[in-house]
Design a protein around this ligand. Structure first.
Ligand code: UDP
Length: 317
């Protein structure tokens, strides 16, 4: 069975991927600097002899003993709050880390999958976003550290494919949510849910008319694994096209948690995209994939997760 390296394997998406790969029979090495990931995300996998967690920063020279069949490169801060706090590290992991991971894939003859992002489309002038759209990114803006690193990562991945014949895949991940997001990561749903559960006001940024389209993590993982095992080389959007305004999302969280919290307004962060919705025609066509979990169901599971963390906190865990 395949032996697979997941960089960022102790992060939100990485940990779900490790779990899914193990259940499909892979041996899995999760490599993570634990900067934004957490060992507790893979705590339930540690006893599995086919799983290993390596504490390592992939911007350094990468060495893995033995054969490798697949590399999924997911290491990176991914929340705007995180990458604004770690701008240089974000650029380094997206650029140097991707270079190291590609070099390792080439040395091992492994298939390489890059975690790219809807942020390559920037503040999009085409809506919904298709893979053929080249984007509207401010290269010197505060979000540029993430967007441009991911764009560079895509360019480097395609260069390794073209110049070295490396088997590569690129997934453009749209907003994803679910258990194991970090409560304090600053993204919209962890913020809203934790604010709601604590009875604090929900902080909407700007006039909250900006939109996002949120995909439940299990759907995303299914799409990524289909892409990994398929033969399609160009980027594929994976996300849920069910678009909602941020105000609409705040109202849904209030209703789903039953909180008495109010909604308060905070300034809109710089270069915050006004709209975002994936066109998933390509994923449907080449992967036969589409999301299945409606937001009402995914929100319920995510709220239960954050509620259980608070119960643990209350017990002093
Ligand atoms: N947002 C908000 N309140 C929050 C956190 C985020 O209104 O407490 C908004 C943010 O301005 C953006 C959207 O929610 O328009 C999604 O933000 P997030 O940080 O989750 O990710 P992004 O899609 O911007 O990368």
């Amino acid at each position: 069975m395949p032996r697979t390296l997941v960089t960022g394997g102790a992060g939100f998406l990485g940990s779900h991927l490790c779990e899914a790969l193990l259940s499909r029979g892979h041996s899995v090495i999760a490599m993570d600097s634990l900067l934004t990931g957490a060992a507790s995300n893979v705590g339930h996998l540690i006893a599995n002899p086919k799983f290993e967690l390596v504490d390592y920063d992939v911007t350094n020279y990468l060495h893995v003993d033995g054969e490798l069949d697949r590399i999924l490169h997911f290491a990176s801060p991914a929340s705007p709050v995180d990458y604004l706090e770690m701008p240089i590290h974000t650029l380094k992991v997206g650029a140097l880390g991707t270079h190291k991971a590609l070099g390792l894939a080439k040395a091992k003859g492994a298939r390489f999958l890059l975690a790219s992002t809807s942020e390559v489309y920037g503040d999009p002038l085409e809506h919904p976003q298709t893979e053929s759209y080249w984007g509207n990114v401010n290269p010197i803006g505060v979000r540029g550290v993430y967007d441009e690193a991911k764009r560079f990562g895509e360019a480097l991945t395609m260069a390794y494919h073209r110049a070295h014949g490396l088997e590569t895949r690129i997934v453009r991940i749209f907003n994803t949510y679910g258990p194991r997001m970090r409560a304090g990561d600053g993204r919209v749903l962890p913020n809203f849910i934790n604010q709601a559960l604590r009875g604090e006001p929900l902080t909407v940024y700007g006039d909250a008319s900006q939109t996002r389209s949120l995909c439940y993590v299990d759907d995303l993982v299914a799409g990524i694994l289909a892409l990994l095992e398929g033969d399609f080389v160009e980027p594929v959007n994976i996300g849920n096209p069910d678009e909602i305004t941020i105000m609409g999302l705040a109202e849904e969280v209030i209703a789903a948690t039953g909180t008495k919290s109010e909604i308060v307004t905070r300034p809109l962060p710089e270069d915050d995209p006004k709209v975002r919705q994936p066109n998933i025609a390509r994923a449907r066509e080449v992967l036969g994939w589409e999301p299945k979990v409606p937001r009402s169901v995914g929100l319920g599971r995510t709220i239960d997760y954050f509620r259980s963390l608070m119960t643990d906190e209350g017990k002093g865990a």
